[in-house]
Ligand binder design. Structure first.
Ligand code: AAT
Length: 293
Protein backbone atom coordinates (compact mmCIF):
# COMPACT_ATOMS: atom_id res chain seq x y z
CA UNK A 1 0.00 0.00 0.00
CA UNK A 2 1.41 3.38 -1.04
CA UNK A 3 1.59 6.07 1.66
CA UNK A 4 -0.80 8.92 0.95
CA UNK A 5 -3.01 6.77 -1.28
CA UNK A 6 -6.29 4.94 -0.60
CA UNK A 7 -6.43 1.43 -2.07
CA UNK A 8 -9.70 -0.43 -2.35
CA UNK A 9 -8.82 -3.97 -1.27
CA UNK A 10 -11.47 -6.69 -0.97
CA UNK A 11 -11.84 -10.44 -1.45
CA UNK A 12 -14.62 -9.51 -3.90
CA UNK A 13 -11.92 -8.37 -6.33
CA UNK A 14 -8.84 -10.43 -5.44
CA UNK A 15 -5.51 -9.51 -7.00
CA UNK A 16 -6.39 -5.92 -7.88
CA UNK A 17 -7.01 -2.66 -6.04
CA UNK A 18 -7.97 0.67 -7.51
CA UNK A 19 -6.14 3.52 -5.76
CA UNK A 20 -6.84 7.22 -5.32
CA UNK A 21 -4.37 9.83 -4.06
CA UNK A 22 -5.61 11.27 -0.75
CA UNK A 23 -5.35 15.03 -0.18
CA UNK A 24 -6.97 14.94 3.25
CA UNK A 25 -9.07 12.70 5.49
CA UNK A 26 -12.26 14.60 6.41
CA UNK A 27 -14.15 12.03 8.52
CA UNK A 28 -13.50 8.64 10.09
CA UNK A 29 -16.23 6.97 12.15
CA UNK A 30 -17.87 3.69 13.00
CA UNK A 31 -21.59 2.98 13.10
CA UNK A 32 -23.37 -0.15 14.36
CA UNK A 33 -23.07 -1.51 10.81
CA UNK A 34 -19.85 -0.34 9.19
CA UNK A 35 -16.74 1.88 9.11
CA UNK A 36 -17.47 5.20 7.46
CA UNK A 37 -14.69 7.29 5.90
CA UNK A 38 -14.73 10.49 3.84
CA UNK A 39 -11.61 11.85 2.17
CA UNK A 40 -10.72 14.53 -0.32
CA UNK A 41 -9.02 12.90 -3.31
CA UNK A 42 -6.60 14.57 -5.71
CA UNK A 43 -8.70 13.97 -8.84
CA UNK A 44 -12.23 12.73 -8.01
CA UNK A 45 -13.31 15.24 -5.34
CA UNK A 46 -14.67 13.91 -2.07
CA UNK A 47 -15.00 10.14 -1.67
CA UNK A 48 -17.38 8.16 0.60
CA UNK A 49 -16.02 4.78 1.73
CA UNK A 50 -17.95 2.11 3.71
CA UNK A 51 -15.97 -0.83 5.14
CA UNK A 52 -13.11 -0.02 2.79
CA UNK A 53 -15.29 0.04 -0.34
CA UNK A 54 -15.92 3.21 -2.41
CA UNK A 55 -19.63 4.11 -2.49
CA UNK A 56 -19.39 7.38 -4.38
CA UNK A 57 -17.10 10.16 -5.49
CA UNK A 58 -18.18 13.68 -6.40
CA UNK A 59 -16.79 13.36 -9.89
CA UNK A 60 -18.48 10.17 -11.08
CA UNK A 61 -21.54 9.73 -8.82
CA UNK A 62 -23.66 11.13 -11.67
CA UNK A 63 -23.16 7.98 -13.75
CA UNK A 64 -24.37 5.50 -11.13
CA UNK A 65 -27.16 7.56 -9.55
CA UNK A 66 -28.62 8.74 -12.86
CA UNK A 67 -28.56 5.29 -14.47
CA UNK A 68 -29.91 3.28 -11.51
CA UNK A 69 -32.82 5.73 -11.27
CA UNK A 70 -33.79 6.68 -14.81
CA UNK A 71 -33.40 3.17 -16.30
CA UNK A 72 -36.44 1.98 -14.30
CA UNK A 73 -38.41 5.24 -14.08
CA UNK A 74 -38.22 6.00 -17.80
CA UNK A 75 -39.39 2.45 -18.58
CA UNK A 76 -42.89 2.81 -17.11
CA UNK A 77 -45.62 5.40 -17.71
CA UNK A 78 -46.35 7.84 -14.87
CA UNK A 79 -44.37 6.47 -11.91
CA UNK A 80 -46.02 7.83 -8.75
CA UNK A 81 -44.78 5.86 -5.74
CA UNK A 82 -41.14 4.84 -5.50
CA UNK A 83 -39.17 3.03 -2.80
CA UNK A 84 -35.39 3.33 -2.48
CA UNK A 85 -33.59 0.65 -0.41
CA UNK A 86 -30.11 1.78 0.72
CA UNK A 87 -29.01 4.97 -1.00
CA UNK A 88 -28.58 6.86 2.28
CA UNK A 89 -26.43 9.48 0.57
CA UNK A 90 -29.59 10.89 -1.10
CA UNK A 91 -28.30 10.77 -4.68
CA UNK A 92 -30.99 8.44 -5.97
CA UNK A 93 -33.63 10.60 -4.24
CA UNK A 94 -32.26 13.62 -6.09
CA UNK A 95 -32.70 11.75 -9.38
CA UNK A 96 -36.18 10.35 -8.58
CA UNK A 97 -37.41 13.83 -7.71
CA UNK A 98 -36.67 15.06 -11.25
CA UNK A 99 -39.74 13.10 -12.41
CA UNK A 100 -42.83 15.28 -12.34
CA UNK A 101 -45.26 12.32 -12.03
CA UNK A 102 -43.79 11.30 -8.63
CA UNK A 103 -46.04 11.74 -5.58
CA UNK A 104 -44.26 9.73 -2.89
CA UNK A 105 -40.63 8.71 -2.40
CA UNK A 106 -39.93 6.34 0.51
CA UNK A 107 -36.37 5.43 1.44
CA UNK A 108 -35.17 2.72 3.81
CA UNK A 109 -31.47 3.05 4.67
CA UNK A 110 -29.97 0.90 7.40
CA UNK A 111 -27.32 3.33 8.59
CA UNK A 112 -28.20 6.81 9.89
CA UNK A 113 -24.50 7.72 9.94
CA UNK A 114 -24.41 7.52 6.12
CA UNK A 115 -27.27 10.05 5.94
CA UNK A 116 -25.62 12.42 8.45
CA UNK A 117 -22.22 12.21 6.76
CA UNK A 118 -23.76 12.81 3.31
CA UNK A 119 -25.57 15.91 4.58
CA UNK A 120 -22.34 17.28 6.00
CA UNK A 121 -19.83 16.38 3.28
CA UNK A 122 -21.86 15.82 0.08
CA UNK A 123 -24.49 18.57 -0.04
CA UNK A 124 -24.96 18.23 -3.84
CA UNK A 125 -25.93 14.58 -3.32
CA UNK A 126 -27.85 14.85 -0.02
CA UNK A 127 -29.94 17.63 -1.62
CA UNK A 128 -32.22 14.69 -2.51
CA UNK A 129 -33.53 14.71 1.08
CA UNK A 130 -34.87 18.26 0.70
CA UNK A 131 -37.75 17.20 -1.56
CA UNK A 132 -41.03 17.29 0.40
CA UNK A 133 -42.18 14.02 -1.22
CA UNK A 134 -39.36 12.10 0.55
CA UNK A 135 -40.04 9.96 3.68
CA UNK A 136 -36.88 8.65 5.36
CA UNK A 137 -36.98 5.38 7.32
CA UNK A 138 -33.87 4.21 9.13
CA UNK A 139 -33.85 0.42 9.24
CA UNK A 140 -33.05 -2.83 7.46
CA UNK A 141 -34.54 -3.02 3.97
CA UNK A 142 -35.47 -6.68 4.46
CA UNK A 143 -37.57 -5.93 7.56
CA UNK A 144 -39.11 -2.83 5.91
CA UNK A 145 -40.30 -4.79 2.85
CA UNK A 146 -42.05 -7.34 5.07
CA UNK A 147 -44.37 -4.59 6.34
CA UNK A 148 -45.18 -3.02 2.93
CA UNK A 149 -48.76 -3.76 1.80
CA UNK A 150 -49.02 -5.77 -1.42
CA UNK A 151 -49.05 -3.74 -4.64
CA UNK A 152 -47.83 -0.47 -3.12
CA UNK A 153 -45.05 0.76 -5.41
CA UNK A 154 -44.61 1.54 -9.11
CA UNK A 155 -40.85 1.11 -8.83
CA UNK A 156 -38.30 -0.05 -6.25
CA UNK A 157 -34.65 0.93 -6.57
CA UNK A 158 -32.18 -1.14 -4.54
CA UNK A 159 -29.09 1.05 -4.20
CA UNK A 160 -27.20 -1.38 -2.05
CA UNK A 161 -23.63 -2.05 -1.11
CA UNK A 162 -21.94 -5.32 -2.06
CA UNK A 163 -23.23 -8.68 -0.75
CA UNK A 164 -20.84 -8.85 2.21
CA UNK A 165 -21.95 -7.21 5.45
CA UNK A 166 -25.34 -5.52 5.96
CA UNK A 167 -26.40 -5.82 2.29
CA UNK A 168 -26.00 -9.60 1.97
CA UNK A 169 -29.71 -10.38 2.43
CA UNK A 170 -30.56 -7.88 -0.33
CA UNK A 171 -29.12 -10.39 -2.84
CA UNK A 172 -31.17 -13.39 -1.66
CA UNK A 173 -34.38 -14.96 -2.98
CA UNK A 174 -36.74 -14.09 -0.09
CA UNK A 175 -35.87 -10.43 -0.60
CA UNK A 176 -36.66 -10.56 -4.34
CA UNK A 177 -39.97 -12.24 -3.46
CA UNK A 178 -40.79 -9.37 -1.09
CA UNK A 179 -39.96 -6.82 -3.83
CA UNK A 180 -42.28 -8.61 -6.26
CA UNK A 181 -45.08 -8.54 -3.67
CA UNK A 182 -44.59 -4.84 -2.91
CA UNK A 183 -44.98 -3.83 -6.57
CA UNK A 184 -48.20 -3.14 -8.44
CA UNK A 185 -48.82 -5.23 -11.59
CA UNK A 186 -46.34 -4.09 -14.25
CA UNK A 187 -44.16 -2.42 -11.58
CA UNK A 188 -40.37 -2.53 -11.90
CA UNK A 189 -37.23 -3.03 -9.83
CA UNK A 190 -33.69 -1.90 -10.51
CA UNK A 191 -30.92 -3.25 -8.29
CA UNK A 192 -27.17 -2.67 -8.05
CA UNK A 193 -25.86 -5.80 -9.78
CA UNK A 194 -22.05 -5.77 -9.63
CA UNK A 195 -19.42 -6.03 -12.39
CA UNK A 196 -19.43 -8.20 -15.51
CA UNK A 197 -15.63 -8.35 -15.33
CA UNK A 198 -15.45 -9.51 -11.71
CA UNK A 199 -18.70 -11.06 -10.56
CA UNK A 200 -20.15 -13.32 -13.25
CA UNK A 201 -21.07 -16.04 -10.68
CA UNK A 202 -22.93 -13.50 -8.50
CA UNK A 203 -24.65 -12.02 -11.56
CA UNK A 204 -25.74 -15.50 -12.70
CA UNK A 205 -27.26 -16.10 -9.27
CA UNK A 206 -29.08 -12.76 -9.38
CA UNK A 207 -30.45 -13.41 -12.88
CA UNK A 208 -31.55 -16.94 -11.92
CA UNK A 209 -33.26 -15.72 -8.75
CA UNK A 210 -35.04 -12.95 -10.68
CA UNK A 211 -36.17 -15.32 -13.48
CA UNK A 212 -37.65 -17.50 -10.76
CA UNK A 213 -39.40 -14.60 -8.99
CA UNK A 214 -40.48 -11.95 -11.51
CA UNK A 215 -42.99 -12.98 -14.15
CA UNK A 216 -42.48 -9.97 -16.45
CA UNK A 217 -39.25 -9.06 -18.27
CA UNK A 218 -35.75 -9.61 -16.91
CA UNK A 219 -32.84 -7.54 -18.23
CA UNK A 220 -29.24 -6.87 -17.26
CA UNK A 221 -27.84 -3.40 -18.02
CA UNK A 222 -24.44 -1.89 -17.28
CA UNK A 223 -22.52 1.33 -17.39
CA UNK A 224 -19.15 2.92 -16.75
CA UNK A 225 -18.24 4.21 -13.27
CA UNK A 226 -14.47 4.71 -13.08
CA UNK A 227 -14.19 4.45 -9.27
CA UNK A 228 -16.21 1.23 -8.94
CA UNK A 229 -14.23 -2.05 -9.09
CA UNK A 230 -13.13 -2.75 -12.69
CA UNK A 231 -14.69 0.56 -13.74
CA UNK A 232 -18.13 -0.78 -14.59
CA UNK A 233 -21.31 -1.58 -12.68
CA UNK A 234 -24.44 -3.46 -13.62
CA UNK A 235 -28.13 -3.18 -12.88
CA UNK A 236 -30.80 -5.87 -12.73
CA UNK A 237 -34.10 -4.65 -14.18
CA UNK A 238 -37.23 -6.75 -13.75
CA UNK A 239 -40.95 -6.25 -14.06
CA UNK A 240 -43.80 -8.07 -12.35
CA UNK A 241 -46.67 -9.89 -14.03
CA UNK A 242 -49.11 -7.41 -15.56
CA UNK A 243 -48.70 -4.73 -18.24
CA UNK A 244 -45.54 -5.66 -20.14
CA UNK A 245 -42.44 -3.51 -19.87
CA UNK A 246 -39.89 -3.12 -22.65
CA UNK A 247 -36.86 -1.80 -20.80
CA UNK A 248 -34.88 -1.31 -23.98
CA UNK A 249 -37.24 1.25 -25.47
CA UNK A 250 -38.19 3.64 -22.69
CA UNK A 251 -41.88 4.58 -22.95
CA UNK A 252 -41.41 7.52 -20.57
CA UNK A 253 -38.44 9.38 -22.13
CA UNK A 254 -36.57 11.64 -19.76
CA UNK A 255 -37.24 14.91 -21.60
CA UNK A 256 -40.99 14.43 -21.17
CA UNK A 257 -40.76 12.89 -17.70
CA UNK A 258 -38.75 15.67 -16.11
CA UNK A 259 -40.16 18.53 -14.19
CA UNK A 260 -39.90 21.67 -16.32
CA UNK A 261 -40.25 24.02 -13.35
CA UNK A 262 -37.08 26.04 -12.70
CA UNK A 263 -35.05 24.15 -10.12
CA UNK A 264 -31.91 24.37 -8.06
CA UNK A 265 -30.96 20.85 -9.16
CA UNK A 266 -28.02 20.58 -11.52
CA UNK A 267 -28.86 19.35 -15.04
CA UNK A 268 -28.30 15.69 -15.94
CA UNK A 269 -24.65 14.91 -16.68
CA UNK A 270 -24.71 11.29 -17.79
CA UNK A 271 -28.10 9.74 -18.58
CA UNK A 272 -29.89 10.24 -21.89
CA UNK A 273 -32.09 8.00 -24.03
CA UNK A 274 -29.16 6.78 -26.14
CA UNK A 275 -27.22 5.75 -22.99
CA UNK A 276 -30.38 3.99 -21.79
CA UNK A 277 -30.70 1.89 -24.93
CA UNK A 278 -26.94 1.18 -25.09
CA UNK A 279 -26.85 -0.05 -21.47
CA UNK A 280 -28.59 -3.30 -22.45
CA UNK A 281 -25.98 -4.34 -25.04
CA UNK A 282 -23.89 -7.06 -23.44
CA UNK A 283 -20.46 -8.36 -24.42
CA UNK A 284 -20.54 -11.79 -26.05
CA UNK A 285 -19.22 -13.70 -22.99
CA UNK A 286 -21.97 -12.25 -20.80
CA UNK A 287 -24.69 -12.81 -23.35
CA UNK A 288 -23.72 -16.47 -23.64
CA UNK A 289 -23.62 -17.00 -19.87
CA UNK A 290 -26.83 -15.17 -19.05
CA UNK A 291 -29.20 -16.01 -21.90
CA UNK A 292 -30.11 -19.57 -20.89
CA UNK A 293 -30.54 -18.97 -17.19
N1 AAT B 1 -25.40 5.67 -3.78
C1 AAT B 1 -24.20 5.18 -3.22
C2 AAT B 1 -23.94 3.81 -3.55
C3 AAT B 1 -24.14 2.75 -2.74
S1 AAT B 1 -24.71 3.03 -1.20
C4 AAT B 1 -25.31 1.58 -0.50
C5 AAT B 1 -26.08 1.87 0.79
O1 AAT B 1 -26.82 0.70 1.17
C6 AAT B 1 -25.23 2.24 2.03
O2 AAT B 1 -25.61 3.51 2.49
C7 AAT B 1 -25.57 1.14 3.05
O3 AAT B 1 -25.57 1.61 4.39
C8 AAT B 1 -26.95 0.71 2.58
N2 AAT B 1 -27.38 -0.63 3.02
C9 AAT B 1 -26.62 -1.76 3.12
N3 AAT B 1 -27.35 -2.78 3.57
C10 AAT B 1 -28.62 -2.33 3.75
C11 AAT B 1 -29.84 -2.93 4.20
N4 AAT B 1 -29.88 -4.21 4.56
N5 AAT B 1 -30.96 -2.15 4.25
C12 AAT B 1 -30.92 -0.85 3.90
N6 AAT B 1 -29.79 -0.23 3.47
C13 AAT B 1 -28.65 -0.95 3.40
C14 AAT B 1 -23.79 1.40 -3.30
C15 AAT B 1 -22.39 1.31 -3.79
C16 AAT B 1 -22.06 0.04 -4.53
C17 AAT B 1 -20.57 -0.28 -4.48
C18 AAT B 1 -20.14 -1.22 -5.54
N7 AAT B 1 -18.83 -1.80 -5.26
Amino acid sequence: IMPGWFSEISPMWPGEAHSLKVEKFLFEGKSDYQDVVVFESATYGRVLVLDGVIQLTQRDECAYQEMITHLPLCSIPNPKKVLVVGGGDGGVLREVSRHKSIEQIDICEIDKLVVDVAKEFFPDVAVGFDDPRVNLHIGDGVAFLKEVPEGTYDAIIVDSSDPVGPAQALFERPFYKSLDRALRPGGVICTQAESLWLHMPIIKDIVAACRHTFKGSINYAWTSVPTYPSGVIGFMLCSTAGPSVNFREPCNPIEKAMDDKPSSRRPLKFYNSAMHAAAFSLPQFAREELEHL
